[in-house]
Design a protein around this ligand. Structure first.
Ligand code: AHR
Length: 327
């Protein structure tokens, strides 16, 4: 039908134990400036391990900290905001030099960020931002423009799906997470006024492959007219492909798919013709994060917002890019 185009709250103790990268004996002051010997300790609270993107992001942060000689206290929140809050409080108690985190959801951070500010510990947001009226609670936000990613997905949809009736299933990311909210908004803005494109079902698959499969199965049962998918990440798109094939349909043909991330498995599915278009979201933020941390700890000015540069991939471009894809 389509034109063919191409910690468990990283329990506080654990946050500084088993998963810590490097020793937990930072010996640093915690009020900026690093240790007396110039060493820097960063407390980092990660969302979890929900996707291929997240795994690549964690690896990038751990490798970059080691390269920069920054001692990393790494805590995995296993997708729970309360675990992130516990980890941040623990970092404050330990008086780390800088705290960085990728907020699992957008709201509910003001109190703990205020605690960090009162303790004189600078905070860097990475990957995802917070929804707060007080932007003095953090030094800088390093990450993608998720609205723009959704817009790029929607623009491709308008160009490639807009001339025939298209019934879209939207697989949303984690409820309340910035990339889920923003990618939904960007896509909706881009398709607005295109009568042929309708989002007929929209539900969270929590950014996981299992979630994508489960939600897609249910959507195909209740909406047999679905002939397109917009997945907020590759993992959910890959789960949706399994559900589409199990329903006896051909992903990429009977049901076309747009996704976000461009991790290796997603790019392979794009090259194989099972996904039709991917908007890149770059997880390799570690190097920039360590540079920003060094500046912030030294008391240097940093931009309030650092946006990651990203591209998009068609099936042909995926075939070309795959051999050199780093993640
Ligand atoms: O915040 C970035 C998003 O989180 C990625 O797009 C998704 O795969 C991850 O889980």
């Amino acid at each position: 039908m389509f034109k063919k185009t191409v910690v468990t709250a990283m329990a506080v103790a654990v946050a500084f134990g088993a998963t810590a990268c490097g020793s937990s004996d930072s010996g640093s002051g915690g009020s900026g400036g690093g240790g007396e010997d110039g060493s820097i300790t960063m407390g980092f609270s990660q969302v979890g391990a929900e996707s291929g993107w997240r795994t690549a992001n964690t690896q990038s942060i751990q490798d970059s900290a080691e390269e920069a000689g920054i001692e990393l206290q790494f805590s995995d929140a296993q997708g729970e905001q309360e675990n992130q809050i516990s980890a941040i409080r623990s970092f404050i108690q330990q008086r780390v030099d800088v705290i960085a985190f990728s907020p699992v959801v957008e709201t509910g951070w003001d109190s703990v960020l205020l605690e960090a500010q009162r303790a004189g510990i600078p905070v860097i947001l990475t990957d995802r931002s917070v929804d707060s009226e007080d932007d003095s609670l953090y030094e800088t936000f390093l990450g993608s423009d998720f609205v723009e990613e959704g817009k790029k997905a929607g623009e491709w949809a308008v160009e490639n799906w807009g001339s025939q009736p298209t019934y879209v299933a939207e697989l949303q990311g984690t409820t309340g997470a910035a990339p889920a909210l923003d990618r939904q908004e960007g896509f909706a803005d881009a398709i607005e006024g295109t009568d042929n494109i309708q989002v007929v079902a929209s539900q969270s698959g929590d950014f996981t492959r299992a979630g994508g499969r489960e939600v897609m199965e249910a959507m195909l049962n209740s909406n047999p007219q679905i002939n397109a998918v917009y997945a907020h990440n590759d993992d959910m798109a890959l789960g949706a492909i399994e559900a589409i094939e199990a329903a006896g349909k051909v992903p990429g043909k009977d049901i076309q798919i747009i996704s976000v991330d461009a991790v290796r498995d997603g790019m392979q599915a794009l090259a194989d013709g099972k996904i039709n278009f991917i908007v890149e979201c770059n997880p390799l933020l570690g190097g920039q994060l360590m540079d920003l941390a060094e500046k912030v700890v030294a008391g240097e000015d940093v931009p309030k917002r650092v946006v990651t540069e990203e591209t998009t991939f068609t099936q042909e471009q995926a075939i070309e890019a795959l051999p050199n894809r780093q993640y």
